[in-house]
Structure formats: structure tokens, C-alpha cells
Design a protein around this ligand. Sequence first.
Ligand code: SF4
Length: 228
Amino acid sequence: MDTPVAGSGAAAAAVPDRLRITEIFLSLQGEARDAGWPTVFVRLTGCPLRCRYCDTAYAFHGGEWRDVDAILAEVAGHGVRHVCVTGGEPLAQKRCLGLLARLCDAGHIVSLETSGAIDIAEVDPRVSRVLDIKTPGSGEEARNLWSNIALLTPNDQVKFVICSRADYEWARGVVAERALDQRCDVLFSPSKSEVDARELADWIVADRLPVRFQMQLHKILWNDEPGR
Ligand code: SF4
């Protein structure tokens, strides 16, 4: 959450434009539409959810306050166009919205990875929003903010992490009932060690689902090492 800055005083104008950051690093985008592009990742600290399969629990706490100007300078220093703002849940810090707009103003191709539990209405439309829909297997299905679906455009993407055959059938139903494929790209990923990737691929092909199967490149290449 957007914790008040210690000693910031009453005047809003005096509040520094800062965000709590876990890490900023250069890697390959491992998933979604921009998979394979060299990308700078800006990982914001904190998340109000606790998905069973979460692989970024180290971003729940800690981090350090960074000025937005310093974040932009560090991103620019990496010298690539693609930037992914992720977490944790980046939108849990309100000032994330300003960071996204400034990254776009600076000419970056910006994506946002968000849990689907927080309103995306105010995100800059130049940003590609990669919105999770939490399946029952995540343990956080109740957090899905369904009003977000109506806000999706072809510039956005929705992602399901599939933990079981039951999750697959649930997700297949959501795609059909809400005509998600008519709005934007729909991505299905296997939850590592819970669903065999080939089995999930076979289910999608057998059902001719209008979704894209994806595996996380960074896990295949670097076995999910932090900072890669
Ligand atoms: S929303 Fe993302 S960061 Fe938060 S607990 Fe779930 S998987 Fe982890």
C-alpha cells in the first residue's frame, strides 16, 4: 500500500514523488506479448494478495524509497525501450500511476503486470496492462475485480495461471462467458510443478480455445534466479 512518507508533513505539495522499490534490473521479458524483448523491470514493493504459487514473495516487504526522477534515470541508463512495471502489486502504491505516465512520456514501450484486484481505470492508456484473473487454485479468486474487464482494450492482455484441470475448466468458462478474446489477448500459463505444460497445451488445442499458451522464458533460461 502507499504508506505515508515519514515526516512528510500536512501539505500535499511537500510530499516527495517517491515509490517503494524492491529492484530495478535488465533482463528478457519472459512472458506475455512482449516475450523475448530486452526489458527493464521495475519491481514495486508490496502486495495485498497471497497467491499460493507466488514466486515474488520477497517483494512483499522491504525495498527502499526512490524518487521517481531517480527511477527514470536508472531505467534510461539501461538503454532499452521496453519497460515492465511489476511487483508485488504495483497499483497498491498510488504514485505508480505517475511513474507509468512518465515512462511513456520518455518514449518507452511500457507494460504493467497487475493482480486484477485493483481498479485499472486511471492507468495511462499508452500502457499495456497485463491483468491477472485469479483462478480458484490461486486461493485469491475472491479478489478478482470484475469491473476491470469492461476497461480492457486491444492494447491490454489478460492472464490466467492454471493450477489444475479444474482451474482450466473454470478459466475456459470465464473466457467464454465474458467474451474475453473479443477484448484483448488472453494468455494461459501452467503453474510450475502443478500442471504439466504439455498437458495444458493439449487441452487448449483439443478445445480450440482462442487463447495463447505461454511458458515463462526466464524460468526456462535462468530457473527463476532473482534479478533475471
Ligand atoms: S498478486 Fe502476484 S505478487 Fe501478489 S501474491 Fe499474487 S502472484 Fe504474488
